[in-house]
Design a protein around this ligand. Structure first.
Ligand SMILES: *Cc1c(COP(=O)(O)O)cnc(C)c1O
Length: 383
């Protein structure tokens, strides 16, 4: 039996009737834009995240772009972020006309290294955008201190971190704004595109609401140029159903991670994820580090075990950012992680025995690794 990186079909089985009833309601109302599902989703998520305002938008990418637009980041500005993230983080910075300024990551958490932020700050720095990668918050205490000292706002890319906490504070409640994604594979996944901005700043919330709807302040009166960044009601109705699973699913992810930690502790070739003190991680991914990563991935695939590489090419080395002038060697920690990282199935539908199967396969690979395995794999690859 195969073990996938995801099992969205099984997750759906758990709420099928609920979802169908919710969709039916939207269909009967024929109110597809705005309406009570959007409002309810926004108030439920604001409460969950621990902020006063939540603004539902069309995707996580929209959330990031809108947050930057709300801060009026544009041409000539710089935004500090990590090169080890999904493309959208830096893509949105670029789309505003600003320049993404990358800073290397911490080797253990894979999140932006706060110690390297300060030297990247210039008088053009308009925001710092940490990413809570794999569902573990960046070091927000340290980043918050630096940001406060320089009076630079923080936008959190919390796309992978709904329900994650650092101390008692949730991801998305630290910065001026937090950005979430409801892409189907995220921890709170919709059945299509979706996203959200969280904030405690009333003026920012109002601005985001305006920008979400073409910058309209009154009907057909435009205070600024925004766009169509709206979430639709059907998606909101579905997300309200998915929200009922978030607590138990997060617990399942954490339990699976804990079991991997135990089972892989004895496999010397593997470094399991390090969770910093005070962090409550939600394991959007469970990512190990090892040599022979690609061979291991093939070995697992041959045994019908899914795995993922997030991310194979750091953002400072992407062809589209060539004009920024970065080169290989600029961010060695990030570059090393990109060649050694592998994410294992950790989703909430995974059974304990499946976790054991995956861990046993990894142990077996490294047991037989040495020269024999390496030669066998190399021989096959070479044809
Ligand atoms: C998924 C993701 C996004 C983008 O979200 P979409 O909903 O796919 O637009 C941004 N940043 C990170 C870190 C993500 O994982």
């Amino acid at each position: 039996m195969s073990i996938g990186l995801l099992d969205l079909k099984s997750e759906y089985e758990g709420i099928k009737d609920d979802v169908r009833a919710a969709i039916d309601q939207v269909l009967s109302s024929q109110q597809f834009i705005g309406g009570k599902q959007i409002q309810e989703l926004e108030s439920r998520l604001a409460e969950l995240i621990g902020v006063t305002h939540a603004i539902a938008v069309g995707s996580g990418t929209d959330a990031i772009l809108l947050a930057l637009m709300a801060l009026e980041v544009g041409a000539g500005d710089e935004v500090i972020t990590t090169p080890f993230t999904f493309f959208a983080t830096a893509g949105c910075i670029h789309r505003t006309g600003a320049r993404p300024v990358f800073v290397d990551i911490d080797p253990e958490t894979f999140n932006i290294d706060p110690q390297k932020i300060e030297s990247a700050i210039t008088d053009r720095t308009r925001a710092i955008m940490p990413v809570h990668l794999f569902g573990q918050c960046a070091d927000m205490t340290a980043i918050g201190e630096i940001a406060a000292r320089h009076r630079i706002p923080i936008i959190e890319d919390a796309a992978q971190a709904i329900m994650a906490r650092s101390g008692d504070t949730h991801a998305g409640a630290w910065g001026a704004m937090g950005c979430f994604s409801f892409y189907p594979t995220k921890n709170l996944g919709g059945f299509g595109e979706g996203g959200l901005i969280s904030t405690n700043d009333e003026a920012m919330a109002m601005r985001c609401r305006q920008l979400r709807n073409h910058g309209q302040s009154d009907q057909y009166f435009h205070e600024r140029v925004g766009g169509n960044f709206r979430l639709d009601s059907m998606q909101a109705a579905i997300l309200l159903c998915r929200l009922k699973q978030i607590e138990s699913h997060t617990r399942r992810r954490r339990d699976n991670a804990k079991l991997y930690d135990e089972l892989l502790a004895g496999v010397g070739a593997v470094t399991t994820p390090r969770i910093a003190p005070g962090q409550h991680a939600v394991y959007h991914q469970y990512s190990i580090l090892c040599d022979q990563r690609d061979d291991l991935r093939q070995y697992l695939s041959d045994k019908s075990i899914g795995s993922g590489v997030y991310y194979p090419l750091p953002l400072h080395l992407q062809p589209c950012f060539r004009h920024l002038g970065y080169k290989t060697g600029d961010f060695p920690v990030c570059e090393a992680a990109a060649t050694r990282i592998l994410s294992l199935p950790v989703h909430p539908m995974l059974s304990e025995s499946q976790v054991r199967t995956v861990a046993a396969a990894i142990a077996a690979f490294f047991d037989s690794a040495g020269s024999g395995r390496a030669a066998a794999v190399a021989g096959r690859a070479g044809g």
